[in-house]
Design a protein around this ligand. Structure first.
Ligand SMILES: Cc1cc2nc3c(=O)[nH]c(=O)nc-3n(C[C@H](O)[C@H](O)[C@H](O)COP(=O)(O)OP(=O)(O)OC[C@H]3O[C@@H](n4cnc5c(N)ncnc54)[C@H](O)[C@@H]3O)c2cc1C
Length: 457
């Protein structure tokens, strides 16, 4: 049986980052991956000569840690995106440099009422009494006022694919896109944000506002993309780089059993047994409970959210939207449009490109969203959002689904989760796992460096 310092279960983004960071700090690492390649949902698919990503379309290099990581993996294949821009829309006009909902542009009366309600709340203290049993909407109303709560309700329905009422306030990290709406022009937002921490935490400014105190490092606009093969290019380079760093990458090696005590851990796959000082479990928590024999019903208390993704091949000149458009209009299906082909110059024909639309959905609703008539509906939405010229016809299209892209905790989840977590940590003190809301790429890099790296030392 081989022995290593740290075993990592799962080769998605968290597994790749953790293996790289641990190997760089001199640890012996063995990464066990069930499939024949690294990347998980980050692995792109090939279609009509394009490399299409599952939604994750850029590499955020705004933090030094992220820049160090992506440039070490991609080396000369890290393409910096110089004019990369995103936008959001609530109806017909979009706001450049802003990913959160901008209510000031299509619904000024609502925005002004909401601003006055938030300002009034500043004088009260009820927003401080947050409990895990509060639903997200109860917490939102107590923190942002009734008008904004009513306005985000249908948006929340859209983002979550329905069933919003059970979501707990503990879901706010995952729903952070709703936490800093724009309710007036940038200069008014800056004045409000300057006036108190309370308002600063609740209001947003665009990346183009020019005030680095509030737009912070986003004004630096540092994003990148692999030069080839979409994010699949990143996964391929990560495989090579991790091997260079001495990481023992085991493919086709699904973790089947774990034995652990206070001194070591043994992980079993169909091929071999690996022992280690610690294990980082990057897969969902309930699978760890199952494999370690802990009774766990938390999965039934999480709301799963999946995506249907649509890709349309179009003449490049017909795309009039930005690189990314978050669509908060409740009249339309897609949540986000993007044009990944542009990032890595993958147009097989210079006059053509591909645009993508993402529709969040409950896993049980995905079959109906994948019916061929939906392609036409999503295409119409691309046009009415202002992303594509209205007289454009697409040349080819395809769609696929991701059954569960993320989960949201319901109000009953937190208590059960805390109990299981404590039980697991007592029985298996050498197994680390990922806290809810810390799986996104930028969030995971910060979370790993601040918390997990300490546990895994
Ligand atoms: C539509 C969409 C949009 C997104 N947008 C963003 C975004 O804008 N920004 C952002 O940061 N993130 C975004 N994400 C999320 C980001 O892609 C994920 O958080 C992250 O890549 C997930 O990594 P993971 O390891 O948790 O899961 P996965 O990528 O699913 O990886 C899990 C890996 O473990 C392997 N595995 C499974 N079972 C076993 C086993 N028993 N033993 C060993 N290995 C096993 C799988 O084969 C897989 O390779 C988005 C995701 C989607 C789907």
């Amino acid at each position: 049986m081989k022995h290593t310092d740290c075993i990592i279960a799962g080769g998605g983004f968290p597994g790749i980052y953790a293996a790289w960071r641990l190997a760089k700090s001199g640890k012996k690492v063995c990464l066990l991956e069930a499939s024949d390649s690294l990347g998980g949902v980050m692995r792109s698919r090939q279609w009509n000569g394009y490399w299409l990503d599952n939604g994750t379309h850029n590499l955020d290099i705004r933090s030094e840690d992220a820049y160090e990581f992506y440039s070490d993996i991609l080396q000369d294949e890290l393409s910096i995106l110089n004019n990369h821009d995103w936008a959001s829309t609530t109806d017909t006009t979009y706001t450049l440099g802003f990913e959160m909902p901008d209510f000031s542009i299509d619904n000024m009366p609502l925005a002004l009422t909401a601003l006055s309600e938030i300002s009034d709340l500043k004088k009260q203290t009820s927003y401080l009494s947050e409990t895990c049993n509060q639903t997200f909407l109860e917490w939102y109303e107590a923190s942002y006022g009734p008008s904004l709560c009513a306005a985000i309700h249908p948006i929340l329905e859209k983002i979550t694919g329905g069933h919003t009422h059970q979501i707990s306030s503990a879901g706010k990290n995952t729903l952070s896109m709703l936490l800093r709406p724009k309710l007036a022009d940038d200069s008014t937002m800056i004045r409000c944000k300057e006036s108190s921490e309370f308002l600063n935490a609740r209001l947003g400014v665009t990346r183009h506002c020019g005030d680095t105190r509030f737009a912070g490092d986003i004004t630096a606009a540092r994003f990148a993309y692999p030069a080839q093969h979409g994010l699949g290019g990143f996964c391929d380079r990560a495989t090579v780089r991790l091997q260079e760093l001495g990481v023992d990458l085991q493919f086709n090696s699904a973790v089947e059993a774990i034995e652990s005590d206070s001194t070591s851990i043994t992980v079993k796959t169909a091929q071999e047994h690996v022992s280690g000082d610690s294990l980082l479990w990057t897969l969902p928590d309930h699978l760890l409970s199952k494999i370690t024999g802990i009774a766990d019903t938390t999965v039934t208390k999480l709301l799963p959210v999946g995506y249907c993704i649509y890709a349309f091949e179009v003449p490049s000149a017909a795309v009039i939207g930005p690189d990314y458009l978050h669509d908060y209009s409740t009249q339309r299906l897609p949540y986000r449009y993007s044009r990944p082909g542009v990032y890595s110059q993958q147009q097989p024909n210079k006059n053509l490109t591909v645009v993508m639309a993402e529709v969040p959905a409950q896993p049980s609703d995905q079959a109906s969203l994948m019916e061929s008539s939906m392609l036409e509906r999503v295409w119409e939405d691309c046009k009415t959002s202002g992303y594509i010229q209205t007289d454009c016809e697409y040349l080819d299209a395809c769609c696929w689904n991701i059954p569960v892209a993320f989960t949201l905790p319901t109000s009953e989840w937190a208590t059960e989760h805390a109990r299981i977590k404590q039980q697991r940590e007592t029985l298996h003190p050498r197994i680390a796992h990922i806290d809810a809301g810390s799986r996104g790429r930028a969030a995971f890099i910060k979370y790993f460096n601040e918390q997990l790296s300490v546990t895994l030392q």
